[in-house]
Structure formats: C-alpha cells, structure tokens
Write a protein that binds this ligand. Structure first.
Ligand code: G
Ligand code: G
Ligand code: MN
Ligand code: NA
Length: 254
C-alpha cells in the first residue's frame, strides 16, 4: 500500500489519535496541554507526524487529519470539564496553513465546539508565523471571528520566522511559544539566551503570555525562570501521552 492510500485507510479505520503533552507554571501546576496527533498503525506501531505529514499534505489529506484532531481534542476537553482539577486546563491544537485558509474553517471550529460542548475559552489554536504572513488580512479576520467566542491564539515555533514587532502588533494573539531550538542551547549558548531574552521582552511589551518548549533539564528551567518565563513544556516535566496518562499525572501530584 502506498503511504497515501494507507493514510486514507487509517482515517477510515479511526487510527489517528491525539496525545496530550502537559504544560506547567513555575509553581508546578499544570495549566494546559498541547494536542499532538499520533497514528496507531496496525503494522508500524505508533507514528508521530514526522512519518506522514508531508505525504498527507501533498495528497490533500491534512485537512481530514486536522479535523479528526480538533474533534478528538474538543471531545477530551468536554470530558475533562467534569473534573475539578481540569477546570482551568487549556488545550492547544496545531492548525495547518491549509486548514486556516479553508473557506469553512471558522464554521468548522464553531461547529465542533458546539457539538462537543467544549468550552471555547479553554481552546488555544497554534499558528506559525509563516502561515500568518501568507494572507495576513484573511488570517486576522478569521482569528477575530473565533476570538469572539473566547478562543485564544498562540504563535508556535516563535523566533524561527519573521518575528517583527510591526506585524505582531496587528495580530490578535495571546501567547508566544519559544521554539525548542533556542531552549536547546541553554544554559551555555549566549546567542540562544540573547534570543530568548528578546522574545520574553517582546511578549512583555505586547502583553502576551510566553511559554518555553522543549525544556529538558533543570538548568534550562532555572535560566528561563530567571529571565521571566514562567510557563514550560518539555520532557523535563512530561512527554506527550494519552489523556489517561495526563489524568494520572495530575491526580498523583494532588
Ligand atoms: O511530537 P511531535 O512529533 O508530535 O510533532 C511534530 C510536528 O508535528 C510538530 O511540528 C507539531 O507542531 C506537528 N503536529 C503535531 N500534531 C499536529 C496536528 O494535529 N496537526 C498539525 N497540523 N500538526 C501537528
Ligand atoms: O512544532 P511543535 O511545537 O508543535 O512540536 C512539538 C514537538 O516537540 C512534538 O514533536 C513534541 O513531541 C516535541 N517535544 C515536546 N517536548 C520536547 C522536549 O522536551 N524535547 C524534544 N526534543 N522534543 C520535545
Ligand atoms: Mn505546537
Ligand atoms: Na513549537
């Protein structure tokens, strides 16, 4: 079977699942999770997006995968809403460029929220800088419509793209996610630290939340905290896991 045909088969068989990676504040409280797609392939095991995203995009199948991920994420949010410990826990979903600029995107998101009963105020959509620059007026108008329902927006992999204050100021954003390539350089690489400091300063001046991705060591966490970054995601805290793994983590800590 060609990978493309296999993706179609896997979609019909319901093999695309969502893992969640927890995000923490400086008190060790879980504030959110990022939804990450995983393909539970019958022969090849659990596949991360790197194994299929390029082919899915080229075959025009990414919108179907994205739809499943958003649907599953919102179903999980509605289920977590019944647990006190999850009452403020956000779920961040990666949005692809194809999805954002699809004619029915805004309605698709609103329909899924309504149908699942998920709280829009706990949903964050992750966009990248390059996606936003493709057609900024269109992106802004779609973001504004979704923000009216309380949905929030993060820029993913921040610092790897254009990152100009001028365009950032025009976007209705809530959070910057410091790309893991900069965190990886900590605590010793002075260029990484300089970029991270600049991102944190940018976030402050634009009144945006800032979260560091790919935090793997205590030394990285400490230097981020010293520089004013109080939200973290990375293997130091937790790997992406099933919803039940996230629940176990929260109830163990309590
Ligand atoms: O763990 P990880 O291998 O999940 O993710 C690899 C890359 O795939 C990251 O850049 C991440 O943003 C992207 N990704 C993960 N899940 C999704 C998804 O559901 N939709 C889209 N468009 N990208 C995703
Ligand atoms: O591009 P995006 O930020 O959406 O992708 C997140 C990716 O980073 C996923 O592939 C996820 O599995 C991975 N990831 C999450 N935490 C860590 C970490 O601490 N170290 C590394 N190397 N990768 C991580
Ligand atoms: Mn992401
Ligand atoms: Na990222």
């Amino acid at each position: 079977l060609l990978l493309e045909e296999d993706i179609v088969r896997g979609l019909h068989a319901g093999e695309f699942n969502v893992y969640f990676q927890p995000q923490f504040n400086d008190d060790g409280g879980m504030t959110g999770t990022e939804a990450l797609v995983r393909w539970h392939h019958p022969e090849r095991g659990i596949l991360a997006p790197g194994a299929f995203i390029e082919v899915a995009e080229a075959a025009g199948l990414m919108n179907q995968i994205d739809h499943v991920v958003l649907q599953r994420s919102c179903e999980q949010m509605a289920s977590w809403a019944r647990l006190e410990a999850f009452s403020n826990v956000t779920v961040s979903v990666n949005i692809s460029s194809i999805q954002l600029y699809q004619p029915g995107f805004v309605q698709e998101v609103l329909n899924i929220l309504q149908q699942t009963g998920a709280n829009p105020a706990l949903l964050k959509l992750e966009l990248t800088e390059s996606m936003l620059l493709t057609d900024m007026p269109q992106a802004i108008s779609r973001m504004r419509l979704l923000k009216q329902s309380g949905i929030r927006f993060a820029i993913d992999d921040f610092g790897t793209g254009y990152s100009s204050l001028h365009y950032l100021q025009q976007l209705p954003l809530d959070q910057l996610k410091i790309d893991q390539s900069f965190v990886r350089g900590l605590p010793y690489d002075s260029n990484s630290l300089a970029i991270i400091r600049a991102i944190i300063a940018m976030a402050k001046s634009l009144e945006l939340e800032v979260i560091a991705e790919g935090v793997e060591t205590e030394a990285q966490r400490a230097i981020l905290l010293n520089n004013g970054c109080r939200l973290y995601q990375g293997y130091l805290f937790a790997r992406p896991g099933q919803a039940s793994d996230v629940e176990a983590l929260v109830f163990e800590a309590a």
